[in-house]
Design a protein around this ligand. Structure first.
Ligand SMILES: Cc1cc2nc3c(=O)[nH]c(=O)nc-3n(C[C@H](O)[C@H](O)[C@H](O)COP(=O)(O)OP(=O)(O)OC[C@H]3O[C@@H](n4cnc5c(N)ncnc54)[C@H](O)[C@@H]3O)c2cc1C
Ligand code: SF4
Length: 349
């Protein structure tokens, strides 16, 4: 499923171009789709082989080198466009670099490595360490701009957010380890369970608390079983049905207050560190700064997107460009959504 062109690539001697199966088991989730091949399972609407555009040679600027931006750049280059990819960090990969830190999920990095190889082959100009602003994008005189700037951890809603650590910081180990930890999971996705396990495997006492009625609710069964087994092996405690409401200091420790989802009763837990996962908040500053000078005001025609047709807006003056947003820069989702957004949008450019 990850690469339906495997036989053709082998026949052409292109073994190094085979898109790897990264063992994400997204294909065992609600629908039969591959996490990083959006055409698999959608053969009636999406092609597996990208055709050259009938109007090649347009300048496409992609801002953000996470999975969404990498896919947008790859598809645009396959379509025969001239592509610039601007990435703020020193490495491509976005949040997948963090996701792949969890011990048993290292293969996820194949999603990034495969695309980086394809961009090199296709001659995409990649600029790292470039925190792009609207002026940097406009200076490239684009015909199309894809904003794939992702998101940042969404902690602002918590009373006492200043005392909390994000799962990004926990997995990146940006600060010295602080002893026992509470990991609150407000999404049921991979990030919180990965962080809890990461700390548990390093010998830290961890109490994982989730809003849902079971741990890791928003993922396929095989992954959930792996987390459950590894939680048990590493002594990670698990409490369900609790919403985090407040985090405050108690001496040199933290006190976290929760509300039971069904009874409304209060529960309090103390720990050295409180790690919180509630998805991401979109990063939209570049998008907002470019909206006014774009030909479509940054509005993506969703009917056209869903039917994989060209966006209706067309550049009308040499200085005008189409502007679109994809992936977590729209709303907090996942790798597949970011790649799927990119594929069907840019396929029609
Ligand atoms: C620990 C963890 C585990 C996860 N596990 C999974 C999983 O198993 N399955 C799944 O589907 N999803 C998972 N996710 C979520 C998934 O990684 C994200 O949804 C996905 O990476 C979003 O892709 P994106 O390209 O939209 O944005 P991002 O991956 O956030 O990338 C955005 C990029 O844009 C760059 N950028 C931002 N602003 C600028 C600017 N002004 N100029 C230049 N560059 C800029 C950033 O540096 C970043 O590299 C996980 C996330 C985490 C944190
Ligand atoms: S979803 Fe993951 S496990 Fe399934 S085919 Fe794709 S890469 Fe492989």
């Amino acid at each position: 499923m990850a690469d339906t062109q495997i036989v053709n690539k082998l026949a052409r001697g292109e073994e190094d171009r085979i898109r790897p199966c990264v063992g994400a088991s997204h294909c065992m989730w609600k629908k039969v789709n591959c996490i990083h091949n959006p055409a698999s399972g959608r053969e009636t609407i999406l092609p597996h082989v990208i055709e050259r555009s009938i109007r090649p040679g347009r300048r496409i600027v992609v801002v953000g080198g996470g999975p969404g931006g990498l896919e947008a750049a790859r598809v645009a280059a396959e379509r025969g466009h001239k592509v610039n990819l601007l990435e703020a960090a020193s490495k491509l990969g976005g949040q997948v670099l963090i996701a792949a830190k969890a011990t048993w999920r290292k293969d996820l990095i194949g999603i990034i490595d495969w695309r980086v190889g394809e961009l090199e082959r296709l001659g995409v100009e990649v600029r790292l360490n470039t925190l792009a602003g609207p002026d940097d994008v406009a200076a490239l005189k684009p015909d199309g701009v894809i904003i794939a700037t992702g998101g940042v951890p969404d902690l602002s809603w918590i009373e006492g957010a200043e005392h909390c650590t994000s799962v990004w910081d926990a997995l990146n180990e940006t600060a010295p380890a602080k002893g026992d930890a509470i990991v609150f999971d407000g999404t049921g996705r991979h990030a919180a369970v990965s962080a809890a396990l990461h700390l548990g495997e390093r010998g830290r006492p961890v109490h994982y608390v989730t809003l849902d009625d079971s741990m890791a609710l928003e993922m396929e069964y095989p992954s959930r079983v792996v987390y459950r087994k590894r939680f048990a092996e590493n002594g990670v405690k698990c409490t369900v049905d609790q919403q985090l409401t407040k985090v405050e200091k108690r001496g040199n420790r933290l006190l976290a207050t929760f509300r039971h989802e069904l009874t409304g009763k209060t529960m309090q837990l103390e720990a050295a560190e409180v790690i919180v996962e509630c998805g991401t908040e979109p990063v939209t500053d570049v998008f907002d700064g470019l909206k006014g000078s774009s030909v479509n005001g940054g509005i993506t025609d969703n009917d056209a997107l869903l039917s994989c047709k060209s966006q209706t807006a067309r550049p009308i003056a040499p200085s005008a460009f189409e502007l679109h947003r994809i992936g977590d820069a729209v709303t907090s989702r996942g790798i597949h959504s970011a790649i799927y957004d990119a594929y069907r949008l840019v396929l029609a450019m």
